[in-house]
Write a protein that binds this ligand. Structure first.
Ligand code: PLP
Length: 203
């Protein structure tokens, strides 16, 4: 019989678990504590998209850990500057500044705050079945998981993905931002159409 993981005793259980105890990974492969092998089709929910235990990444982490383990944003740091420069080089033209976050939800929070501060408006339009995180702000733009936490941010509306007319009707002069996934993940791997994304950008 599989032993109950220690984590099951101590973790505050906020996610439905799959009952699998992942012990290690190599590239796209994973192994559980009993040695069963899996293919990680989710790349660690997108975090391990260069592969698990990638030797170049492991070496860079180990080297940096011997020099400096953390540096608050109130100080400059050479390595953080190198990372930011690389991110800007990889980004579309016009995206010249970087705000580093600890999670996807935190990046959604930052996007909502930037949109509010730069437009002076508060409305958010997002897609039905969309997922943008579980903090209160990002949950406000998320279609599910809301009920226990209402009221969330006011002025959030949801439209069906890929319906340009409904999106056009929802965007008005109170809208600070339209927030969309290029491919909905939690919503069931549903791609946004290119013409829909082009229309969203126009609005
Ligand atoms: C599109 C999208 N936005 C935000 C998040 C939240 O990311 P995190 O779990 O790192 O807070 C996720 C997580 O799956 C996501 O898929």
């Amino acid at each position: 019989m599989t032993p109950t993981p220690l984590e099951a005793q101590y973790a505050l259980e906020v996610y439905p678990r799959r009952g699998i105890d992942i012990a290690r990974g190599q590239g796209a492969q994973l192994w559980d504590s009993e040695g069963n092998e899996y293919l990680d089709c989710a790349a660690g929910v997108g975090v391990a998209n260069v592969g698990h235990s990638n030797p170049a990444v492991a070496k860079a982490i180990a080297q940096q850990a011997e020099i400096l383990v953390t540096c608050p944003g109130i100080f400059y740091n050479d390595q953080r500057g190198v990372l930011m420069q690389r991110l800007v080089q990889l980004s579309p033209p016009g995206l010249n500044r970087v705000f580093l976050c600890n999670s996807g939800a935190e990046s959604t929070e930052a996007a909502i705050k930037l949109a509010r501060a730069s437009t002076g408006r508060t409305g958010l339009v997002s897609a039905m079945r969309g997922f943008h995180g579980r903090t209160l702000g990002s949950l406000s733009a998320t279609f599910k998981y809301r009920d226990a936490f209402e009221p969330l941010l006011p002025g959030c509306t949801f439209v069906p993905l890929n319906n340009i007319e409904k999106l056009d009707n929802a965007v008005d002069d109170t809208t600070a931002a339209v927030i969309l996934e290029i491919i909905q993940g939690e919503g069931g791997v549903r791609p946004a159409e290119a013409r829909y994304l082009a229309a969203a950008r126009r609005f």
